[in-house]
Design a protein around this ligand. Structure first.
Ligand SMILES: C[S@@+](CC[C@H](N)C(=O)[O-])C[C@H]1O[C@@H](n2cnc3c(N)ncnc32)[C@H](O)[C@@H]1O
Length: 362
């Protein structure tokens, strides 16, 4: 027998194992925005449910771009359990009718412009990938017939999300344009930069695609610009910058690998990344040095304070237990010491393991 529970909540997808960090982040940011709620999660599930009677207001108060540990942020509408695998669609349509009032009606007919059927990134979640595809294909025409979904995909309207937990349980949720990850599960579909000397190249590539706006990507990353890469070896991040046309000072005592090794746009400097400074201001500095995050944050702030770079992407490694507290401490320290910034955005990227990535712009 299908059971539907109307439980207003913010839902956050997260790297499995980092649920406590996202729960703490939701709690902290909700309190700062003057909203009440409590986080519910299971370690390893890849999902945090922040239950709040003010979930819709909270959704508006906590923009996706401002969240660090959430891969995706959704406004939960209803939880369905005990579904009959023979007919999951009827109870889902009934649940939508029940929450009709709560669903923000978009102008121009159908409420939703797109449907995404997805799952968390846990082992159990990933096993649902096939079902998600099949169910999406069956559900789309039913939603169109019932007037819930636009006749063709329209990214300017709210999106309906079906978050599968098993073959018999799911969450119905929504997201608003400009306030969500465009990718199912919040996992960017980007190809590994070809010929890269290390897999880390994918991390900087993802940072550029997710932490910078499209306008910033074209304005701030241009041929002939100059960059420093601190902790560059074997050269994955340097390679991403070289492919964008930049000239790079690659600072590392370790060896570079081809095709970065000996590349005409690359100067290899065997030096300490915490002491080296450029002779004149650079467009970019990137840093992937494995070091205490407070030490990295302090040095990165010095680069901005001294005017050594205009833009930066750097990693903060978080091998400690209190990762949310450490994240806040490091970003506060950076903000306090860097001087005036046009942008400061941080996120745990899909390619980040025990770390987060930060983009800063002067
Ligand atoms: C995770 S690896 C960098 C990988 C690189 N981003 C890539 O894409 O190939 C970290 C690097 O930081 C370097 N490193 C650590 N401490 C450093 C320091 N104080 N100065 C310069 N390099 C340092 C290490 O030698 C190592 O090569």
């Amino acid at each position: 027998m299908a059971r539907t529970r109307i439980e207003p909540a913010l839902l956050g997808l997260v790297r499995p194992g980092f649920e406590p960090e996202l729960a703490a982040e939701f709690g902290h940011r909700a309190a700062a925005a003057g909203h009440w709620g409590h986080a519910m999660t299971e370690r390893g599930s890849g999902l945090v449910r922040f239950v709040s009677p003010e979930a819709a207001a909270l959704d508006a108060a906590l923009p996706f771009d401002g969240l660090i540990f959430a891969r995706q942020k959704l406004l939960g509408l209803a939880r369905l359990e005990g579904l009959d695998p023979g007919d999951r669609i009827s109870p889902l349509l009934e649940a939508l009718d029940t929450v009709r009032e709560a669903v923000v009606a978009a102008p121009g007919g159908a409420h939703f412009g797109e449907l995404v059927v997805e799952h968390s990134d846990s082992d159990a979640g990933r096993a649902l990938a096939g079902l998600a595809r099949g169910f999406g294909n069956a559900l789309r025409p039913a939603l169109r017939k019932a007037g819930w979904l636009a006749a063709s995909d329209d990214a300017r309207k709210p999106r309906l999300h079906v978050l599968l937990h098993s073959g018999t349980a799911l969450d119905l949720a929504s997201s608003r344009p400009g306030d969500r990850s465009p990718w199912p599960g919040g996992i960017p579909r980007l190809r590994q930069p070809p010929h890269a000397p290390s897999r880390s190249a994918a991390k900087l590539d993802e940072a550029i695609h997710t932490l910078l706006t499209a306008e910033e990507r074209t304005q701030l990353l241009r041929e002939g610009m100059r960059a420093a890469d601190l902790g560059a070896a074997p050269g994955g991040w340097t390679w991403v910058l070289v492919r964008a046309g930049l000239r790079v000072s690659a600072v590392d005592n370790g060896p570079l690998k081809e095709p970065v090794l000996g590349h005409p746009q690359v100067e290899h400097l065997r030096a300490d990344g915490f002491r080296w400074q450029p002779a004149r201001p650079l467009d970019w500095m990137v840093c992937d040095m494995v070091e205490q995050p407070r030490r990295v944050a302090g040095r990165m702030a010095q680069w901005f304070r001294e005017g050594w770079c205009r833009n930066a992407v750097f990693n903060l490694k978080l091998p400690m237990k209190k990762r949310w507290e450490e994240t806040r401490y490091c970003l506060d320290l950076f903000r306090a010491e860097a001087g005036e910034l046009k942008a400061l955005r941080a996120r745990q990227l899909y390619h980040d393991r025990e770390e987060i990535t930060v983009f800063a712009r002067r």
